[in-house]
Design a protein around this ligand. Sequence first.
Ligand code: AMP
Length: 282
Amino acid sequence: MISTGSIAEIQALISKFKSEGKKIGFVPTMGALHDGHLSLVATAKEKVDIVVCSIYVNPTQFNNQDDLKQYPRNIEADKGLLAENGCDVLFLPSDEVMYAGRNTIKFEFGDLDKVMEGKFRPGHFSGVALIVSKFFNIVLPDYGFFGQKDLQQLTIIKKLVEELFFNLEIITVPIKREPHGLAMSSRNERLSKEDREKAKIFSIALTEAKSILMEKQSSEAAKSKVESLFANHKAELEYFEIVSDKDLLTKTENYLAPDTVLCIAGFMGNVRLIDNMYLSGV
Ligand code: AMP
């Protein structure tokens, strides 16, 4: 695995690979890698010749400076995992390389960045869109691999690619979960052992809400089930939404259609977690 923090070096490598007719897959991450990230790398490895990963904790997508400071960083372990799992090129840029003191461009996505995460993390998706655009322009991948775990991010990135004519295809990778159901996340490292066990309530609540809707009961019944499960487990619910994956707007009917996805966010202790589940499938 070649590892570099230099844009010029990455661009030289990419043009060499492209001149050899190789297809490039790109997996952006913020590090503190777990099996969820590695499933993106494995999916990319199957589809392309060269897998490029990035590890960069992007300051412009954090609206809370404490969250940025506390974000887990495990760079040496991450390098080992990526090398063992088939990453060919690792891009590890510094803030100076990515921003050089600039942070002027803002993105707006209409309703897409106002709902759910957008309500609780103002500016977050503008920062995500900015860094992903920079990466796409540097790496020029044929495919970008993103996790369903961050469903709203995925919808926004698809929109970004479509509207800015980025010449690549976005591939969605399903959510990887711990054995008791908790969606894998770098933030899980910040949970105490006890809270990590209790955090399974996020996926349990989604599963219960899903079966209520599949039994054709009301969305109110699903919501009140989620609220009572959270209250009983001393977890704090920020939102539970039943939305379409197309526009992220609340659905009020036709729940059994394939676009319906249940999204949840909240706190276990002082760690903020998100999860989602399609009504059809997982
Ligand atoms: P992050 O490092 O949290 O920015 O995540 C980098 C990529 O990994 C994003 O596309 C995430 O959606 C994806 N990802 C994070 N957690 C999981 C998971 N549990 N299963 C699958 N993909 C994930």
